[in-house]
Design a protein around this ligand. Structure first.
Ligand SMILES: [Zn+2]
Length: 234
């Protein structure tokens, strides 16, 4: 049975670093795959020559190109200000709206259970707030008619997902063999040129991380997740 996957992240490029090999694989296996990017990415650049408005536009284009490489069906952008994501009722409503629109079986997102604060990028406040906002939106809000009744009036019927796959997790329990799609992942990452000073260095890093992840399962390259199942009504 084919599934719909919705991958959600804070910034353009997060998903291409964390789960692009898996996304490409799922697309190749005829699943439907969607991206949702919460912020506009307007503060993320090693080059300061762009205005934040210009940078937001550039990053949206880069993210669309990367998604195209992977075979993503559609990319949704919420356009919140980079660095200012908060897990609010406003954000949860926006996320619930997209979940009810796409109706995915599986959502990929940051792991709200991470707490080691050992890596400045992984523990970026935007990532932490996104992780919790997505989790809170999935259950019970997205699947319950009692939440956001105004969305019901607009035709967004409640939808409960089956699984969430947390990426960048500290406690992986699911490994996906990305040996056949790691080249696509590198190609997707290469689209984010406003973020990349040295593409070869990024490629080497991604290959090294993926090799370590693969070793545990005997795959040449892998991505890993913490999978959580949602049973009906629980
Ligand atoms: Zn990020």
């Amino acid at each position: 049975m084919k599934n719909k996957f919705l991958a959600i992240s804070a910034h353009p490029d997060d998903l291409d670093f964390t789960c692009a090999g898996t996304i490409s694989k799922m697309a190749q296996e005829n699943n439907e795959v969607f991206y949702l990017i919460i912020s506009d990415g307007s503060k993320g650049s090693h080059k300061v020559k762009f205005s934040s408005k210009k940078l937001a536009k550039i990053r949206q284009t880069e993210q669309k190109r990367a998604a195209n490489v992977l075979g993503v069906n559609n990319v949704f952008f919420l356009g919140l200000k980079d660095g200012e994501i908060e897990n609010t009722q406003f954000l949860r409503k926006k996320i619930v709206q997209i979940i009810r629109k796409v109706k995915p079986e599986i959502i990929l997102s940051f792991d709200p259970a991470n707490h080691s604060f050992d890596n400045p990028h992984r523990f970026h406040r935007d990532h932490r707030q996104t992780a919790e906002a997505v989790f809170d939106s999935i259950y019970p809000a997205a699947g319950s008619a009692s939440f956001f009744p105004e969305l019901l009036k607009q035709g967004y019927q409640p939808h409960q997902i089956k699984e969430i796959w947390f990426f960048a997790t500290e406690k992986p329990n699911k490994f996906i063999d990305i040996t056949q799609t790691i080249d696509k992942k590198i190609e997707a990452l290469s689209q984010h040129s406003s973020q990349i000073a040295d593409l070869k260095a990024i490629e080497n890093k991604v290959r090294a991380w993926s090799k370590i992840a693969g070793k545990k399962k005997g795959y040449r390259y892998a991505e890993f997740f913490r999978m959580l199942k949602f049973k009906n009504g629980s």
